[in-house]
Design a protein around this ligand. Sequence first.
Ligand code: ZN
Length: 337
Amino acid sequence: MRKIIAVFIIIVLTIFAVPMTISSVFRLTENKAEPIADGDAITAGSFSQPFSISVWNTETNKVENIEFEEYITGVLAGEMPPTYSIEALKAQAVAARSFILSKAEDYFSGKIPEQHHGAMICTDPGHCKAWNKLSSAKKTWDIRYANDYENKIKSAVSLTSGEYMTYDNKVVKAYFYAMSSGRTENVKDVWGVALPYLKSVSSREDIGSDGFESMFTIEKDAFIQRLKAQRPNIEISDIYSMVSGIKRTEGGGVDKIKIGNEEFSGTEIRKIFDLRSTNFDVEYKNNKVTFRVKGYGHGVGMSQNGANVLAESGMKYDEILKHYYSGVSIVNLYKKG
Ligand SMILES: [Zn+2]
C-alpha cells in the first residue's frame, strides 16, 4: 500500500509540481518523510517525539513546520477561553489533537486541499482550526492573569501529551464549537455523512449560559431580498403565514423550513442571515422578521461551554470527551520510553 501511495505521489508531483520551485518540492517531500509507522493510517504508539507538522499560516502566507505539541498549545489559545477549567482545556487539547491528526491522515493519503498549499493543515478557523501563538495570545489577555493562563494552557497540553481519540482504531474527526442549543446534532443532519461517534447527545448544561439565546431582526423587505438573492423564484404572498412548516433534527436544529413557495435547509438560512446556529424560531411583527436563536456553532461533537460546565461540576476530561463523542477510546500517539 505504501508503494502504491508513493507511486501516486510521484505521479501527482510530476503533474502538478512542474511549475513549482525546486525548494517547495523539497519542502513537500521533507514533510512527507514524517513518521507514519506501519500501514497508512495513524496508529497509537507509532510516533517518536518530537515531530513536526506542516502548517499553511494564513497570516504569513507561508508553510511553517511546527512541533505538534506546541501547535496544540496554539490551537487551545486560539479556540478556547483560558478562563475555562483545566479539565475542559484538557478535553479540548485531546479533541484538537484528534481533529488535526484526522487532517494529517487526509494529507498522508494524498488528499491535500488547495487552501493548504501543500501543508497538512491551515490556520484558517473556517477551514481547519484557529491557531494563535501562545506568546501573541498572551498579549491579548488581562495582564494580571496572563501568566496563570499561559501555565494552565501549557499544563492542559502536557498533562495529555500525545493523547487523541479513536473509534474502531481510526482517528476520530473531533468536531467542536462554542455552545450547543441543549442537545448536540447528529453529524448526518448537518453535513450529510453519518459517523457513529458523532450522535446527538444531551448538552443541557448549555441551557441558560451567557449568550445561550440571541436575536436577529431584519426589515421585511430586506428579509425577502436576501432570500431572493439565493432563490430568484421565491414568492411570498402572505407574509403572516410565510413560514408554513419547520422540520427539526433530533438535536433541535432546523432541518428544513418552508418559506413562501421554497424550501430551505436550516444551514442555508443560518448562512443567509448569519445566525449563530440552526436552532431558531421565526416571528413576524411590525413589518420586521425576528429570529430567536439558541446555542452558537454547528452543534456537532463537543460543546466547549458544555465541557466547561461539566468540568466545573467535577467531571474529568476523559469523561467529558466520552460524553460528547460516543463510544470512543483515548489512546497515545507516542512510542513509550
Ligand atoms: Zn485547512
